[in-house]
Structure formats: C-alpha cells, structure tokens
Ligand binder design. Structure first.
Ligand code: 5GP
Length: 149
C-alpha cells in the first residue's frame, strides 16, 4: 500500500468523512432551538426503541443512532426541567449536570473504555446541537483528535 493510501486509511478511523460531517452540521443547523418535546421524550417513554445501556431513576443512556466512534452513547436526564441545552443551565440543575458526568464515567467503565474516552456537550446551532434536550455524548474506542472539528 502507498504511504498516501495508508494515511487515508488511518485517517478514516480518526475523522468521519466530509459528507458525514456535513450532514451532522446540516441537522444541527436545521434544528430550531425550542422547548418543544423532542425525540428523546419518545425514547424515555419507550414509544420508540433505543439500545439502552444504562438506566436509573434520573438518567437514561443509549447508543447513538448515528455513531461517530465505535462506542457512542448519549446520556440524558429523564426530566428535562428546562435544560434544553447547557446554556440554559441554572443553579437548580447542578445536581443533574454532575450526575450526567458521573454516569458517563460509570458507563465508560461498563463499556471497557480503559484507555480513555471523550465527553461532548453540543450547545446551540454553532455548537452543532440538533436535539434540544440536554445530553452528554460519550465517545470511545478510537483515537480522538485535537482540536475537534
Ligand atoms: P446533538 O447533535 O444534539 O449534540 O446530538 C443528538 C444526537 O442524538 C445525535 O448524535 C443523533 O445521532 C442522536 N439521535 C437523534 N435521534 C436519535 C434517535 O432516534 N435514536 C438514537 N439512539 N439517537 C438519536
């Protein structure tokens, strides 16, 4: 294999192809920030299926339908309580925000992400948020890049 091809193959494990990046961005730009119920409410109510990996009385974690890494899990509060995104956080949300992060660590261990993982919270159109129910992305199983795209 030529060195150029080898680099291309290597990079294909590091970043999604430009077309995938464009569609994620398009989805985020198309999403209108709002307080309306989201697809995540349907997942919480079990009205649509999701591959749930963790659940307690406050937090639900399930595999992302469009994974950006071998392990890609979304963690959400079961009660949104106005937290459409992190920018809407108020003091009353401190407990649930800490719980989401702590649960991400628990799920990372459960998923055997011993060598590291990444936590992402997208906020607003420029942050590439597409679902307005706060959520933490847990990504792992491949080498992450810095700076992120
Ligand atoms: P955001 O772009 O808002 O940070 O992240 C929303 C995430 O939710 C995206 O990664 C998207 O793939 C995921 N997602 C959207 N709809 C569904 C769904 O119906 N099921 C699952 N499992 N994930 C979803």
């Amino acid at each position: 294999m030529s060195s150029g091809k080898r680099l291309q193959v290597l990079n294909s494990h590091i970043s999604p192809p430009p077309s995938a990046m464009a569609s994620e961005k398009d989805a985020a730009l198309a999403a209108v920030p709002s307080d309306s119920p989201t697809i995540f409410d349907k997942i919480i109510k079990k009205e649509i299926p999701a591959n749930v990996v963790y659940e307690d009385d406050k937090v639900l974690a399930f595999r992302d339908i469009n994974p950006q890494a071998p392990t890609h899990i979304v963690l959400i509060p079961k009660v949104r309580d106005g937290l459409t995104g992190l920018s809407k956080a108020e003091e009353r949300h401190i407990e649930i925000l800490g719980r989401l992060l702590y649960t991400a660590k628990v799920v990372a261990k459960q998923e055997n992400l011993k060598e590291g993982f990444r936590i992402v919270i997208n906020d607003g159109p420029k942050g590439c948020q597409s679902v307005y129910h706060i959520h933490v992305h847990l990504l792992g199983g491949r080498q992450m890049n810095w700076p992120p795209g």
